[in-house]
Design a protein around this ligand. Structure first.
Ligand code: HEC
Ligand code: HEC
Ligand code: HEC
Ligand code: HEC
Ligand code: HEC
Ligand code: HEC
Ligand code: HEC
Length: 422
């Protein structure tokens, strides 16, 4: 294999902090801007919290000893399985001959997936000059694979995103969303926000945008990501159990139950990761459940008709709904995050805790047929404008569920026809 310096300009790779010659202007801009945003974040008012030390956490194994009900099902949720070291068991894309190749719109440029005893690799190959190739290893897998999965690799202690991702709808390899087709980029830095939404613990080495401690990363979204550091809670409960004494008073539990927070603070917890791509005002992992999120993130309310944002801005969309504004609804009204995801149809039951089926304008026409279909018409699936992959000349868009609960006449007419046919 050739060294980085011998590689042709058809691959954009980083050499130190510089990019090699060739296009990639947009990427250069990203790289140049990121440190400024982050250093502004550092200069901002001091956080009410520092990032807690690893010793403040107990880990999911400890929680599971006493909270079996939550822990048993939680382990199978997309949150729990959201990120992992990229091992054979975690990479969802195929390495089988024939399915291990990703074609780009430049017919000479392909990415081939290979495995070897020391790991799995993405190899960018120039077919007109096969000696001309570049390989980087799958180090971290992001995504449980409901829609897809992306991969990160280390270059020393700097983290970058790999150019090929897995696409769940047709079990194929695609050009990673947001990467250009017909080129291969290994130069996209992974910033702290990516890990803040997709892992539970890491140490960012400021101010470089993508430099992290390689050890001590806690993968997946774990109990303490939503309940706050729990080592103290575990110690107190263990002492209480061994004393066989009275149960601890709620104030002494040293753990947060989001249900006891105000509605706004409950929503802030989910908004940390479900309000789309926004700038950070403070360093990563300093937000703790119960804090005001606006101190940490520059979140703008969504405007009617806004596109489904990065990975779906569920919070912004829900806030545009009459249901949300005329009730005390939170995310927990419909989702129990400790359970595996329910089918879309099963959510109708949640609607019917506040609505009567008969009040739907379509009940007189369709009757009982609408009972399990509320979500199809009032929270339709739509194509994301943000999660888009351009692969081999085709455009692929992620399908996301709109959280703006409303009346959608065109969608409804289509669903009505299909229900009437049954
Ligand atoms: C030694 C046993 C034990 C361990 C370990 C433990 N808990 Fe608890 N936890 C309890 C008990 C007992 C309660 C009180 C339950 C009650 O009052 O119904 C509790 C309550 C809670 C509550 C509800 C608090 C409230 O105010 O309503 C949450 C949330 C919680 N634990 C999360 C966790 C998490 C997260 C972990 C792991 C970091 C964990 N627990 C580890 C025993 C334990
Ligand atoms: C603001 C928080 C946030 C940031 C930043 C973010 N993500 Fe996500 N990501 C999410 C959420 C939330 C979902 C689930 C969205 C959904 O299902 O609509 C998701 C979904 C995904 C998925 C699909 C998971 C699946 O199982 O289908 C992939 C892959 C992914 N993100 C990769 C990345 C990578 C790589 C980065 C950074 C380079 C990143 N994301 C940055 C919050 C974020
Ligand atoms: C994505 C965020 C999130 C994660 C991760 C999470 N929880 Fe929770 N948990 C919540 C919310 C929100 C509530 C309050 C639910 C409600 O409103 O009833 C809650 C409530 C609880 C309670 C209070 C009792 C109950 O059932 O309402 C316990 C105990 C608990 N969680 C334990 C755990 C344990 C153990 C884990 C890990 C195995 C975990 N949670 C992971 C968000 C989370
Ligand atoms: C630390 C970031 C983070 C927080 C906090 C968080 N989520 Fe998520 N959530 C994610 C990511 C990332 C995914 C995508 C998981 C995947 O498929 O890989 C996700 C997926 C989901 C899904 C789709 C999968 C499923 O289980 O049905 C739901 C629903 C969800 N989150 C609800 C919530 C709610 C409700 C809260 C607040 C109580 C919350 N999340 C808090 C990051 C987060
Ligand atoms: C927590 C209670 C609650 C839940 C759960 C709920 N809604 Fe609503 N919804 C309301 C309230 C209150 C209104 C406003 C009623 C009014 O103005 O008369 C409303 C309004 C609506 C409207 C009228 C919207 C418009 O723009 O005119 C529709 C449609 C609707 N809900 C459908 C649903 C569906 C479908 C679900 C389940 C996915 C659901 N709702 C879940 C409370 C709820
Ligand atoms: C009125 C009920 C309702 C409420 C409230 C609600 N959701 Fe959902 N959510 C749904 C339904 C229905 C689905 C689609 C399930 C499916 O398609 O299988 C869904 C799916 C999701 C998904 C997966 C989306 C995807 O396209 O992959 C995420 C993430 C999510 N919800 C997060 C949230 C968050 C965060 C909140 C609070 C801001 C929230 N939800 C509030 C009903 C609700
Ligand atoms: C086939 C599509 C479809 C299904 C399925 C459906 N709805 Fe509707 N719904 C509509 C349409 C269209 C309207 C507006 C009707 C009108 O204005 O005449 C509506 C109106 C509503 C309204 C507002 C009524 C008002 O006057 O403000 C509510 C509430 C509602 N639906 C709830 C539900 C619930 C709950 C379910 C599931 C049990 C459901 N809908 C299933 C299409 C549907």
């Amino acid at each position: 294999m050739k060294s980085r310096d011998q590689i042709s300009d058809s691959f954009r790779v980083k050499t130190g902090n510089k990019l090699r010659a060739g296009g990639g202007i947009l990427l250069l801009a990203c790289v140049a801007l990121a440190p400024i945003v982050l250093s502004q974040a550092l200069a901002a008012p001091v956080s009410t919290h520092d990032q807690p030390k690893p010793s403040a956490y107990a880990g999911d194994v400890a929680c599971a000893q006493c909270h079996r009900k939550q822990a048993v099902t939680y382990a199978f949720t997309p949150h729990a399985r959201d990120s992992a070291p990229a091992s054979a068991g975690h990479i969802l894309g195929s390495f089988l001959p024939g399915r291990d190749l990703l074609h780009t719109s430049d017919h000479n440029l392909v990415i081939k997936m290979t495995s070897s005893p020391d790991g799995f690799y993405q190899n960018a190959v120039n077919l007109s000059d096969p000696q001309n190739h570049l390989s980087e290893r799958f180090d971290i897998a992001i995504g449980s694979g409901r829609h897809g999965q992306s991969y990160l690799y280390w270059n020393d202690d700097q983290l970058y995103e790999l150019p090929a991702s897995y696409w769940a709808p047709d079990h194929s390899w695609i050009i990673s969303p947001g990467f250009p087709d017909g080129q291969v980029h290994f130069d996209r830095p992974v910033e702290p926000r990516c890990l803040e939404c997709h892992t539970s613990y890491f140490s960012w080495i400021a101010p470089d945008p993508n430099r992290f401690a390689k050890t001590g990363i806690v993968y997946g979204i774990n109990c303490e990501r939503c309940h706050g550091p729990g080592a103290d809670h575990v110690a107190r409960e263990r002492a209480a159990t061994s004393r066989q004494g009275p149960r601890l008073a709620p104030a002494d539990l040293a753990i947060v139950n989001p249900a006891h927070l105000s509605r706004a603070r409950q929503l802030d917890l989910c908004s940390l990761c479900h309000a789309g791509a926004v700038d950070s005002r403070l360093p990563p992992l300093t937000f703790q459940v119960g804090d005001h999120l606006e101190d940490y993130l520059a979140i703008q309310p969504a405007a009617p008709g806004d596109a489904v944002d990065v990975h779906g801005n569920q919070v912004g969309a829900l806030e545009l709904s009459k249901c949300f504004n005329s009730s005390n609804m939170t995310c927990s009204t419909c989702h129990d995050v400790h359970e595996r995801p329910a089918s879309a149809e099963s959510y109708s039951r949640r609607c019917l805790t506040c609505h009567q089926m008969q009040t739907c304008g379509k009940y007189p026409v369709l009757g009982q047929a609408i009972r399990t279909k509320c979500v199809s018409c009032h929270m339709p699936l739509g194509e994301s404008d943000k999660i888009v992959s351009n692969t081999g000349g085709h455009t692929l868009r992620m399908l996301a569920r709109s959280h703006q609960i409303a009346i959608y006449p065109t969608v409804s007419a289509r669903i009505e026809r299909s229900l009437a046919e049954k």
